[in-house]
Write a protein that binds this ligand. Structure first.
Ligand code: ZN
Length: 402
């Protein structure tokens, strides 16, 4: 069964070779824009595949037809950094921060206690609601980290539940040092890279966790310094996991350079960078993506990273939500795009590309709208992708269910 989708005022393909010849605008070229477009998709549901892309006037016949009435279609957002497996409520911590209490990572322990106390079904229900919330805002692919269990059993449980929703799961046992290990950090790092990692591997290795991540942040007493982060990442790499890093969020530190040196797929936050960090990211382009999470700066009232400088230097810049209960309880990729455009100097086209093609690359995927590719699409209640940032805060984009 095939479906012909028409009434597409503007289609973002992320394939510059596929865009309209007339597209002299650099944003149009980056996004491979086709105007007055049509698509043919085989089958329906999660296994749908794009069969044909082009101008509406050239469209072949199909079994069924669907008219979108002049809306824009974009690749579904790839949210490559989230912490969806958690229980409890930290809205009071947010309120306190807005009236002057700085963030230092200590509140994570509150989520750890609540998550350990929750049943499997409670956690599963919470993750399901968050994934549905994301899909309703155009996100069709999500990465989910563990990191609020911090025992062997609770980390495994978090990963198993995350795995029910995505194949892009990340083991984040090195999120913070839990309270019960505060007196002996070394013992906790040895637990993470020893029994905890061994249990993840024994339970399926890359089948249970695609990546390993570490909160490398010498400015937080709860997170990990450069040497600790290196041992976590090297152990994960030996176990066959891809590498991701939380780096340079609260201040200058070794996270970005470590991620680049070790060939991580992504280093995330990148809020505080010096010239050597930027040089390392430029040299690592094609391998290591800098994933910016502007919802965090918004929700912690912090300075935004300089995306304009990074892109102009040649760094691969992605956008993600970092949806988590402490520093950004927003699952909205359109919100991240609006912040990237308004606060970080990205063009609307760069922001959409960063939230789809580049964030996908950090998960080992591509996100093209082209024949043979999964039909992971979103539809915008407006004639162009520009409306994503232009109509900030308005629910105008959703995953396209055919
Ligand atoms: Zn995070």
């Amino acid at each position: 069964m095939s479906i012909l989708v028409t009434g597409i005022a503007e289609l973002t393909t992320n394939d510059p070779a596929r865009g309209d010849d007339a597209g002299s605008d650099p944003g149009d070229r980056l996004l491979g824009i086709v105007r007055d477009a049509a698509l043919v998709v085989s089958a329906s549901g999660p296994d749908a595949v794009v069969e044909w892309v082009g101008r509406a006037g050239d469209a072949p016949a199909a079994d069924e037809r669907r008219d979108l009435g002049g809306r824009a279609v974009i690749p579904g957002f790839v949210d490559s950094h989230t912490h969806l497996v958690f229980a409890g409520d930290r809205s009071a911590e947010f309120a306190a921060r807005m009236t002057g209490t700085p963030y230092d990572g200590g509140g994570i322990a509150v989520s750890v206690s609540a998550t350990r106390a929750a049943t499997d079904d409670e956690l599963r229900g919470l993750v399901a609601a968050r994934v549905a919330e994301m899909r309703a805002q155009g996100t069709t692919t999500v990465e989910i980290k563990s990191g609020y269990g911090l025992t062997v059993d609770d980390e495994l449980r978090s990963l198993r539940i995350a795995r029910e929703f995505t194949s892009h799961t990340t083991f984040l046992g090195a999120h913070v040092v839990p309270r019960e290990h505060a007196a002996d950090r070394t013992a906790y790092v040895e637990l993470v890279i020893g029994p905890m990692l061994e249990a993840v591997v024994a339970a399926g290795g890359p089948a249970l966790a695609e990546s390993i991540d570490v909160f490398c942040e010498p400015h937080s007493a709860h997170a990990f310094d450069g040497d600790e982060a290196r041992s976590v990442l090297e152990a994960g790499r030996t176990a066959g996991l891809a590498l991701r890093v939380h780096g340079n969020q609260l201040g200058h530190g070794p996270g970005v350079r470590l991620a680049c040196e070790l060939g991580a797929r992504s280093v995330d936050h990148c809020t505080y960078l010096d010239d050597a960090d930027v040089d390392a990211l430029v040299a690592a382009s094609g391998t290591t993506v800098a994933t910016l999470l502007p919802g965090v700066e918004f929700s912690t009232r912090s300075p935004y990273p300089d995306a304009r400088h990074l892109i102009d230097a040649g760094v691969d810049v992605a956008l993600a939500s970092d949806c988590n209960p402490g520093t950004c309880y927003s699952s909205s990729m359109p919100f991240a795009i609006a912040l990237a455009v308004r606060e970080m100097g990205m063009t609307p086209a760069e922001a959409l590309h960063a939230a789809t093609a580049v964030s996908a690359r950090s998960l080992g995927l591509d996100r093209l709208v082209a024949p043979g590719h999964p039909a992971e699409l979103a539809v915008v209640e407006g004639p162009s992708h520009l409306h994503l940032a232009y109509r900030a805060g308005v629910p105008i984009v959703r995953a396209l269910d055919l």
